[in-house]
Design a protein around this ligand. Structure first.
Ligand code: GLP
Length: 628
């Protein structure tokens, strides 16, 4: 066997893959505890560099737990935050100053005087001095002992957008379009996201004694791989961590998926040729040399580092046929199983028929985006399909929509023949308009506004569901309480959420479940919903239906499944894809990614075609959930 380079040959920064973000957060919090204790014993403060965003939230929760339950004190800790939006005052709900107060500082015993963040309101002509003073203050405190980092979609650390040099210092920068898009949900629309920020520079960050960059979920995978394995470049400021003697990446499985050792393990060491790995290697090879599976020959295997796969499972043609058949068997027009047919090689079992199918949509738009065509088929084939919108999704609805709705109501009332019967509606609309006015652009929605926005989405979902064959009474809204906290980053599921899902499962006793979010950032709505469903299924473990129910994972906002990951591929006719596009057009506030769903389905079909399988117009894809 050929000698392969170890993972380290590819990875230029030590990278630890944790089973999940909670475990990583615990490990890091323990390190911080030791650091604080060691420094304090030596009579010195521990100096921590802090980050914002959803990534460090589990870590901050663990620090709070250590403080409350294990008496870890932060009295002798100094903190410096990486960055702050420029133009936001420290009491603005989306300022990083508020974020830190809510997520950490208000819950521990750190003295206010020890907390440092760049100011978002320093006048323009004083920005330069302010930044210099921030640098000096870090120096005067003895330098940062441990800097915590996340990574943005442009590969940035802090707000060091592409183009930031290795030696850049604290300064005001212009935010990249992608970064502003990512912050849009926090700010209720991209138009509200500030254009500028003050951030520590790459050089400032690299002066910290130790650095840990955390990343969770598949959305971070590409940037993590580029930063860890790619060249050091100003285009991806996180890649400069390669230039630090004590920098590490702490990531979860999702964020690791583009690393060579995970993606192409046979290039790194002896691979274990499980069916999925074999499929992955074959698909990778076929795409790499642009040949369909059935046309691969010995030379291709050898030239692509797959000679041991060939010697273990060859000859080539047999192996090709086996994998081709596996891929072929993922295709079915019968997502609920084909009744009265041999189901040995079909993704879903034939019986029972019809099935009770629960389609879970974390936010109201997810299920139609991810599997509108499949819902269409399930309904057409006579299954008992119920679409369950898990959260109200109200945070996506801009104030202008609520305003429009309230105004329409008032106008209707003013045109009514008997205006007195409209009094309650008029009162409701007036109250809504008053609340909108009072809360201002960034204030939190009080319950009535959340309800109104939720109702707007309910209407959209019912409308969209109709176009894929679901009548109003087949759509259920459960408004999980975790979502109703008013802001994205406050989500934390509780026993109440769990109970709702257990009750739903027990009531409907499904034969089939569809859900998304397994690969999402665990702190996202879809990620939280997925974990809640898993926990609810586990709680129902003793019941008959839970043992035999099949769980299919679809893709909502996450990256599409690659062909080797697909366990069920549902072809869509040109007419069906049109119906899906039509269904999606019913939503007012789809992100550009969500709007692209039909194009993603078309691309799936192109990939299957390129592998030598049948050429369809479009395909929706699913993965079988393997119980944990
Ligand atoms: C912002 C912050 C970064 C953070 C990034 C990712 O750009 N300035 O420090 O790493 O967002 O945020 P999230 O953790 O929410 O993905």
């Amino acid at each position: 066997m050929s000698i392969r380079p170890p993972a380290e040959a590819y990875e230029k920064v030590p990278t630890v893959i944790f089973p999940d973000s909670a475990k990583a957060a615990k490990t890091l919090a323990q390190e911080v505890k030791q650091l604080i204790e060691t420094k304090n014993k030596a009579g010195k403060p521990a100096v921590l560099g802090m980050a914002t965003g959803s990534t460090p939230v589990p870590f901050y929760r663990e620090l709070i737990r250590l403080h409350k339950e294990e008496g870890l004190s932060f009295k002798n800790v100094i903190t410096f935050n990486l960055d702050e939006y420029y133009g936001l005052s420290s009491d603005h709900p989306e300022s990083y100053s508020m974020f830190m107060a809510e997520q950490l500082f208000d819950h521990i015993d750190i003295p206010k005087a020890n907390i440092n963040l760049p100011s978002g309101t320093v006048p323009g002509d004083q920005v330069f001095n302010h930044c210099r003073q921030y640098e000096e203050k870090i120096e005067a405190s003895g330098g940062i002992d441990l800097q915590i980092l996340g990574i943005g979609r442009t590969g940035h650390i802090g707000f060091n957008e592409p183009g930031s040099s290795r030696d850049s210092l604290t300064r005001r920068i212009t935010l990249d379009r992608v970064t502003r898009q990512d912050a849009a949900s926090d700010f209720r629309g991209e138009q509200n996201v500030p254009h500028f920020a003050i951030t520590m520079g790459v050089g400032t960050i690299l002066r910290a004694k130790k650095l840990v960059l955390m990343a969770w979920g598949e959305n971070k995978a590409v940037m993590v791989a580029k930063a860890v394995e790619g060249p050091m470049t100003e285009v991806i400021s996180a890649s400069f961590l390669q230039d630090h003697p004590d920098a590490r990446f702490f990531i979860d499985h999702g964020a690791s998926r583009e690393l060579t050792r995970v993606k192409l393990p046979w290039l790194v060491g002896p691979a274990s040729w499980t069916p999925r790995e074999t499929r992955r290697a074959m698909v990778w090879q076929a795409f790499k040399i642009k040949r369909p599976i059935l046309k691969l020959v010995d030379e291709h295997y050898n030239e692509n580092g797959l000679s041991d796969l060939l010697s273990e499972q060859g000859p080539a043609y047999q192996l090709n046929i086996r994998i081709f058949n596996q891929l072929q068997h993922t295709i079915t027009g019968w997502p609920g199983g084909k009744p009265d047919e041999d189901d040995t090689y079909r993704p879903e079992r034939a019986r029972p028929y019809p099935k009770r199918c629960l389609v879970f949509s974390p936010e109201p738009q997810d299920a139609i985006t991810g599997m509108g065509g499949t819902i269409d088929r399930l309904v057409e084939q006579g299954h008992d399909v119920r679409l369950i919108a898990l959260t109200s999704g109200s945070l996506r609805v801009p104030d202008s929509e609520a305003d429009k709705f309230a105004e329409t109501l008032l106008e209707l009332a003013s045109n009514a023949t008997n205006p007195t019967t409209w009094e309650p509606q008029v009162a409701y609309a007036r109250e809504a308009l008053g609340l909108l006015e009072a809360k201002g652009e960034f204030g939190e929605d009080p319950p009535l506004l959340r309800q109104l926005k939720g109702l707007i989405l309910r209407g959209e979902l019912r409308d969209a569901a109709h176009t894929v064959g679901l009548a109003n009474d087949r759509v259920t809204f459960v408004d999980l309480p975790f979502y109703e906290n008013g802001r994205y980053r406050r989500f934390k599921s509780t026993e109440e959420d769990h109970k709702v899902l257990v009750r739903l499962l027990q009531e409907h006793k499904p034969h089939q479940i569809y859900i998304t979010g397994d690969a999402a950032d665990p702190s996202s709505v879809a990620g939280i919903c997925f974990r809640l469903l898993v926990a609810a299924l586990q709680s129902c473990g003793g019941e008959d239906f839970a043992g035999s129910c099949s769980v299919w994972l679809y893709r909502g906002k996450e990256r599409p499944l690659e062909p080797h990951e697909i366990d069920m591929a549902i072809p869509m006719s040109p007419l069906q894809i049109e119906r899906k596009a039509n269904a999606l057009s019913r939503y007012g506030a789809l992100s550009s990614l969500e709007k692209e769903a039909p194009e993603t389905n078309r691309e799936n079909a192109r990939l299957y075609d390129a592998l030598g399988l049948a050429e369809y117009e479009a395909i929706e894809t699913f993965q079988r959930w393997r119980r944990v």
